[in-house]
Write a protein that binds this ligand. Structure first.
Ligand code: SAJ
Length: 412
């Protein structure tokens, strides 16, 4: 099959780079998003997120006429759904964005269409998506009812790219493609081969859903090990960074890095989808989540102890993003820690975040966004929360005579 027109639903951190990748291979791409601001920005050839190289690619795609953004879905040969799957109260997955996207494209579906769910999803979500569309289009047949004979092909192909390296990883990473039937998977593999240079490996939809959750849970459990070590080392007065460097000299040991907690919209969220679907079995995965979620509290206790040594200290928090060299503040432990320091009135809070121009609503009026130079000139206590390159390179002489709480090992 030739894919002349490809529609991407959700133009965020995954959808927009994917749209640009198809457009870069001279495919006509229709991007769909619910935000007018996002649509207007992209149609001007600009981007609304920070991701290296993405601005150039989107600009070229739009100016050459291969990419256009709109609010209302239009007919296409293939649809990729890349909308958020957050969790609700009780750590239960919230499929409302996938449901809304499925229902939005249902009216424009036609026989022969391929729909791929890219959003990280709990096991069974692809089947539910098929059912939502089938309910609205009784005139078409779907794979969960008609197998290989269906009019519509559906697959799950979870995104696996690392923020900050999206453009390279989109092309180079292998893709796990879970077709609702074999033909669904084969068609989806054909679509991805337009720009993917990694292997496209076929499986069923449920395994593909679980595979993505497994990858992120694996990382979460390993980060929890590092975070637990950091608590133990604080208690035993051992430098955890040196300890990990030494232990990693063993040929079969590869410990990750402790931090102020685990942030982002993936690793802090996805393991809960496994816990929710198998609560009686997912003990280790649940415990790892709790260890990582408990880390910001430990950092706060250290700040509180340090603040007690001063009268109304100035406390500089270096970094708000959920990890180095990005602007993404979603589920960021750094934001939470800065907020809590201010709420508990441990001192006056200065925040340095080179990748944003304005504070998020949760911090407005509570802390001041300042330059690194300003923070280092005024702070009594410096809390390193993100290992941005500019913090790694800071002149350590400027930290002399300050209390430093380095949660990332930037100064180790
Ligand atoms: N972190 C640590 N210590 C480490 C590594 C990470 O504390 O040694 C923290 C980071 O600071 C951050 C959080 O973990 O707060 C997550 O960062 P990350 O770099 O581990 O992962 P993400 O969330 O940016 O991207 C992950 C990736 N998954 C895996 O590496 C298994 C990526 O490939 C996925 O595509 C992405 O989740 C996603 O969208 O699911």
């Amino acid at each position: 099959m030739t894919f002349d027109v490809i529609s991407i639903i959700g133009l965020g951190y995954i959808g927009l780079p994917t749209a640009a990748a198809f457009a870069g291979r001279r495919k006509k791409v229709i991007g769909v998003d619910v935000s007018t601001r996002v649509i207007e920005t992209i149609n001007k050839g600009e981007i609304h997120i920070v991701e290296p190289e993405l601005d150039m690619l989107v600009n070229a795609a739009v100016t050459q006429g291969f990419l256009r953004a709109t609010a209302i879905p239009e007919p296409a040969d293939a649809f990729l759904i890349a909308v958020p799957t957050p969790f609700m109260d009780g750590n239960k997955p919230d499929l409302s964005y996938i449901e809304a996207a499925s229902k939005a494209i249902a009216p424009v579906l036609k026989k022969g269409n391929l729909i791929v769910l890219e959003s990280t999803s709990p096991v069974g979500a692809t089947e539910r998506m098929a059912q939502w569309m089938a309910d609205l289009r009784p005139d078409l047949t779907f794979p969960h009812q008609f197998g290989e004979e269906s009019d519509i092909r559906i697959a799950h192909c979870p995104e696996r790219v690392l923020p900050g390296h999206v453009i390279r990883e989109l092309v180079e990473n292998d893709r796990v493609i879970g077709g609702m039937t074999r033909k669904c998977g084969e068609l989806a593999a054909e679509l991805y081969r337009i720009f993917v240079e990694g292997d496209c490996i076929l499986t069923d939809a449920r395994t593909a859903e679980m595979c993505k959750l497994t990858e992120n849970s694996f990382r979460d459990v390993n980060i929890a090990f590092a975070n637990e070590l950091s608590l133990i080392c604080d208690h035993l007065d051992i430098n955890v960074w040196e300890l990990i460097r030494l232990a990693n000299r063993h040929p079969r040991v590869s410990i990750l890095q402790p931090g102020p907690g685990v942030g982002g919209h993936c690793i802090a969220v996805d393991p809960w989808f496994i816990v929710d679907s198998a609560p009686d079995y997912a003990h280790l995965i649940r415990t790892a989540r709790n260890v990582n979620d408990g880390k910001p509290k430990h950092v706060l206790q250290r700040v509180e102890r340090a603040a007690k040594r001063f009268h109304d200290p100035v406390i500089a928090c270096l970094g708000l993003a959920f990890k180095a060299n990005i602007d993404d503040l979603r589920e960021s432990p750094a934001v939470e820690i800065a907020r809590e320091i201010s709420v508990h009135q441990y001192g006056q809070v200065l925040v340095v975040e080179p990748n944003i121009d304005a504070l998020p609503a949760r911090l407005e009026g509570k802390v001041s966004l300042v330059s690194l130079h300003h923070a280092l000139s005024h702070a009594d206590i410096v809390v390193v929360l993100v290992d941005h390159t500019s913090f790694r390179q800071l002149d350590k002489v400027r930290l002399q005579s300050k209390v430093v709480i380095d949660t990332r090992g930037v100064l180790a």
